[in-house]
Ligand binder design. Sequence first.
Ligand code: FE2
Ligand code: FE2
Length: 151
Amino acid sequence: MKDCFYIMSDFFVVDPAQVPSIAVASMDATHHEEIEVVNEIGRLIKAGQAGKLDREALQAKLDEWIEHTRRHFAHENRLMEEANFAAYGVHSHEHTMVLARLELACKAWQTTGDLDALADYVLVHWPEWFRGHVASMDTMTALYLSRQGVE
Ligand SMILES: [Fe+2]
Ligand SMILES: [Fe+2]
């Protein structure tokens, strides 16, 4: 049944097996934690689109995601700063932009209740950014940091 498919626990926004592992273990672990949160949000959105919206659970997960993203970016920014990484400015600027976009998408959902707009951000835009960012900026940064002995 279609409804069952949407609440099945194996729906992934990003498949954990598809995330490239990077050279700094703490960054890698953070990415996997974040994917877990986003995949749960994806399941709640899919269930909502199938007529079974749990608004409270979705809001709680979105709040958790924003908080996790803040910690995720602050952690990477701190590692880059401490290691005097040359691309700190570019990388941390992207973090700032992405966090603002995430906060805006969550705020818009709260204000308008437009689940399809939220779905578009969570299921399409964010994973596209995440895959690209991990494969490029985070991979390069982690390579540099690991050579400085950062774990
Ligand atoms: Fe990252
Ligand atoms: Fe990053």
